[in-house]
Design a protein around this ligand. Sequence first.
Ligand code: AMP
Length: 198
Amino acid sequence: MLNIVLFGPPGAGKGTQSKKLRSDYGLVHISTGELFRKHIIEGTSIGIQVQEYIAEGMLVPDEITLLMIEEQILAYYKDCKGFLFDGFPRTVAQAQALDRKLEEYNSSLSLVLSLDVPREELHRRIKKRGLEENRIDDQDESSVLTRFDLYNSETLPVKTYYENQGKFIKISGIDHIDLVLEKIKEIVDRFIIENSPR
Ligand code: AMP
């Protein structure tokens, strides 16, 4: 299986790149943010539990997030070539749980690709997305600031976790969408060649 994490702060372009990558490599795209938003729209019990966290820019508790991830992996692992995780893991506990879960399926994480974008550009993109996609958490300045604070305190340690595994690769995410995609694909293609059975 080819299992990829797209890593980076809010507004780095993880969602945009995931949508392009998933079809190219036949991967199942798991965006925790998108899944939560769907639960909220459908008014499920998960949706009711998470809506306040999301509106305020807080992290949803790991128990809820991990349960949802487990369900997704269980539902799709048989028929897919791998998973593309977007916006997950966001804590070291989530990263550890993901490693354990993939191991249960005799699989593991292949690559963690981190999109690097300067802070001012992230703010510009989030503002634009807030209007275009009508995302309340993107429109509320205090929610945006909370998300950046939590990215620094809770999510950045995940980078060290994957660096220690030799899986973390930084990519400049400031260029045009197609150029960023090209760079990502170069890295993924190289990984596939280097890890295919001879
Ligand atoms: P995103 O669409 O990735 O920007 O996520 C939107 C919101 O969903 C975040 O600000 C969090 O409130 C919540 N969320 C998404 N993914 C996670 C995660 N892996 N762990 C905890 N909360 C998450």
